[in-house]
Design a protein around this ligand. Structure first.
Ligand SMILES: Nc1ncnc2c1ncn2[C@@H]1O[C@H](COP(=O)(O)OP(=O)(O)OP(=O)(O)O)[C@@H](O)[C@H]1O
Ligand SMILES: C=C(C)CCOP(=O)(O)O
Length: 248
């Protein structure tokens, strides 16, 4: 069973306060992952975490998004540097619980063509998985032909890896309990973007990669099902259930 799990930046950080970890949420998340691995619920796990108040804060300061790039070397170091710092925090929490977590920095692995298409080789991840590690990636910057560097969101990486690894399960843990309808009830299942386009918005916090609308669009393109759920749904997802919203 291969699982790709995205930990939203709104889960692991306080998204409204620059470079602030949500320590309690991170502990809860790391506990749920360690428990699922020791219970034997998952063989291969890839974790991808978002930017939260680390990536998005600096990216918006330098005007960099998934489509608008920069050639400013200071922007590269500020944004990528903040993301590697957040990655260290996530890794530490997992290592403290004996999860064999190792870093994979997308800036050193992927790139975009002039048309913005992402190339992200999966061989490194596949090999780490078969050698018993838990790769922990993150939203980052990537080289972008004609643009300098642009943001690659954790959601894009999840979609790429889910397809290239042939993942059995894909989960996005966010600050909301799922995709919400106009009465704030969790939508159980989404098959068509048009059915939910009216209720999908961007993130309430600073976010350069498109919030919930971009997430749903990207997940609908996947061959396999994906699930969007909140913090309280993480253990259930890791145990094999489908809490929150299933994107078909
Ligand atoms: N219909 C909707 N249902 C649920 N959330 C929505 C909806 N429309 C907009 N949102 C916003 O989308 C946010 C989730 O997207 P966001 O990109 O912030 O999540 P994340 O993946 O946890 O964060 P990050 O991008 O930092 O990793 C919610 O917190 C909410 O503000
Ligand atoms: C803003 C940066 C650098 C990463 C964005 O990743 P996301 O939070 O998964 O969208």
């Amino acid at each position: 069973m291969t699982v790709v799990l995205k930990l939203g930046g709104s889960v692991v950080t306080e998204k409204d306060r620059a470079e602030t970890i949500d320590g309690a949420a991170l502990d809860h998340t790391a506990d749920a992952i360690a428990d699922a691995i020791s219970a034997g619920d998952i063989d291969d796990l890839v974790v991808v975490h978002g930017g939260g108040s680390f990536g998005h804060h600096h990216a918006s300061e330098f005007g960099v998004s998934t489509t608008d790039g920069s050639h400013d070397v200071d922007a590269v170091h500020a944004i990528h540097g903040a993301m590697t710092t957040l990655n260290q925090f996530v890794l530490r929490r997992l290592l403290d619980r004996d999860v064999p977590a190792v870093p994979v920095h997308p800036f050193s692995a992927g790139h975009r063509s002039e048309r913005g298409e992402l190339t992200f080789p999966a061989g490194q991840i596949e090999t780490l998985l078969s050698e018993g590690f838990v790769p922990v990636l993150h939203g980052d910057l990537v080289a972008h032909a004609g643009e300098g560097v642009t943001v690659v969101s954790g959601d894009e990486l999840v979609v790429e890896l889910a397809a290239s690894l042939g993942a059995d399960r894909v989960g996005l843990c966010s600050a909301v309990p799922g995709v919400l309808d106009d009465a704030d009830a969790v939508i159980d299942r989404i098959d068509e973007y048009e059915d939910v386009a009216d209720v999908l918005g961007e993130s309430e916090a600073t976010d350069v990669s498109g919030g919930m609308a971009a997430k749903v669009r990207a997940l609908l393109d996947l061959d396999s099902n994906a699930t969007i759920f909140g913090r309280d749904g993480l253990s259930a997802f890791l145990e094999g259930d489908d809490p929150g919203t299933t994107i078909d």
